[in-house]
Design a protein around this ligand. Structure first.
Ligand SMILES: *[C@@H]1O[C@H](CO)[C@@H](O)[C@H](O)[C@H]1NC(C)=O
Length: 342
C-alpha cells in the first residue's frame, strides 16, 4: 500500500448556501482500488479539517460542517482493518476554540500540534495560536512560545522535519504570502527563514510536503491574482534556497499531498479552478512528482506498465514473472490507466 487518501479533506460540491460535503463514512485506499465502509462515531461531513497519521492511526481535528466550525478530534485505527471512527474526548486541559483551515504537525510520535485560523460563534478572526494534543494522556495544552510569531493567517501550508514544524504562506490580511516560518518543537521558538534565492509567488491553498531530512516540496495554490497555480518548488532549509521543480502539470489548489513510494509526492483531489467556481473545478486524479532518480526496479515497472498495452511480447512475458512482481506491475498498470499519467 503506497498511501492512503480519505475524504478527510472533504470537498464542497455546490454553490451559495447549499454546500454539499462528502460523507465521512468512506475511506479510499489507493493502490488497492478499494473503498471501505467506515462505522463507529462517524464525524460530520466537513471541509478544512486538519489530519495526520500517528502510530498507525489517523487523527482529524476541527473543520467546517453545515452548522459551523468544529473543535472535535476523531481517530481511526488504520491497521486493524475495521475502519471504525472514535470521537476522542480530552481529559486534561481545555480544547482550542472551534476552527477550520488550520494545520497540524506531529512531534515525538505522540503529540499532535495544531495552530492557526479560527472562526468562533460570534466574532471571527484568524489567529496564530499553537495548541498541543497528547493522545496518550488525552490532554490539551498551550505552550508558551518564544521568538517572533508569524502573523495570523489561514490556508497556509505546513510540514514537519525532525523536531521542527514549518509553515509557508497562506492568506495574510488582504494578501497571499510565501514566507516561511519554523517552530522548534523542543524549545517552542519561532523563527522566520529568509530565502537567499528567487522565491515562489505568494499563495494560499497550496501544499508543503517533507521529501528529505532537509527539503520541503511546495505545490500549487491560489496566487494573489486568484489564479490557480501549477508550479512546484523545492526548498532546502539548510541552504535556504528555493529551486523550481522542472515538471509543470495541471493547476491545483485546496488539494492534499503526501510522500509515497520512492520519494514521489502524490497530489490528490482539490480544485483546478478559482475557489468560488465550486461547481466546476473538482478533480479526482492523482498527480505524481518525482523527487529523485528511480531505482532500476522502478524504471522497469514503469516501462512495462506504460508499454504493455502496445507490446505483445511484454504482454506474454508479464505472466512469466514471479507472482509478487506481476501484482506490483498490475497495480502500476492500473494507476497508468486511471490517471493517464506519463
Ligand atoms: C490498532 O490495531 C492494531 C491491530 O489490530 C492493534 O494491535 C492496536 O492495539 C490497535 N490500537 C488501539 C489503540 O486500539
Amino acid at each position: 500500500m503506497c498511501f492512503i487518501v480519505t475524504n478527510m479533506l472533504y470537498s464542497l460540491q455546490s454553490v451559495a448556501g447549499q454546500d454539499k460535503y462528502l460523507p465521512s463514512d468512506e475511506i479510499w485506499v489507493c493502490d488497492l482500488e478499494e473503498v471501505f465502509q467506515m462505522a463507529g462515531e462517524v464525524p460530520p461531513s466537513m471541509s478544512g479539517t486538519c489530519g495526520c497519521s500517528l502510530n498507525g492511526h489517523m487523527y482529524i481535528f476541527g473543520g467546517y460542517d453545515k452548522i459551523g466550525q468544529s473543535n472535535q478530534i476523531f481517530c481511526v485505527n488504520l491497521t486493524d482493518g475495521k475502519y471504525t471512527w472514535r470521537s476522542i474526548k480530552h481529559k486534561i486541559g481545555s480544547a482550542p476554540s472551534h476552527r477550520d483551515k488550520l494545520s497540524c504537525w506531529i512531534h515525538k510520535g505522540s503529540y499532535l500540534v495544531l495552530f492557526f485560523f479560527q472562526l468562533e460563534d460570534v466574532v471571527w478572526g484568524w489567529n496564530n495560536e499553537v495548541h498541543v494534543f497528547d493522545p496518550v494522556h488525552a490532554s490539551w495544552s498551550e505552550p508558551q512560545t518564544h521568538g517572533r510569531t508569524p502573523t495570523p493567517r489561514a490556508t497556509q501550508a505546513s510540514a514537519t522535519l525532525g523536531c521542527r514544524g514549518y509553515i509557508c504562506g497562506g492568506r495574510v490580511m488582504g494578501t497571499r504570502m510565501s514566507d516561511i516560518h519554523c517552530l522548534d518543537l523542543e524549545s517552542w521558538t519561532w523563527s522566520e527563514i529568509i530565502p537567499v534565492s528567487t522565491t515562489p509567488v505568494g499563495r494560499s491553498w497550496h501544499t508543503l510536503t517533507a521529501v528529505s531530512d532537509s527539503s520541503l516540496f511546495l505545490f500549487g495554490g491560489l496566487n494573489v491574482d486568484c489564479k490557480p497555480m501549477n508550479d512546484g518548488w523545492l526548498f532546502d532549509v539548510q541552504t535556504k534556497k528555493w529551486r523550481e521543480h522542472p515538471f509543470k502539470t495541471k493547476p491545483r489548489l485546496w488539494h492534499t499531498a503526501c510522500l509515497g513510494k520512492d520519494s514521489d509526492v502524490i497530489v490528490f483531489g482539490g480544485s483546478c479552478d478559482y475557489i468560488f467556481n465550486i461547481l466546476t473545478g473538482h478533480c479526482n486524479d492523482a498527480l505524481i512528482f518525482q523527487m529523485q532518480p528511480y531505482s532500476l526496479y522502478r524504471i522497469c515497472e514503469n516501462y512495462i506498465a506504460k508499454n504493455v498495452k502496445n507490446c505483445e511480447v511484454l504482454r506474454h512475458q508479464l505472466l512469466l514473472l514471479p507472482p509478487k512482481l506481476v501484482t506490483a506491475v498490475q497495480r502500476r498498470m492500473s494507476l497508468y490507466r486511471r490517471n493517464s499519467i506519463s
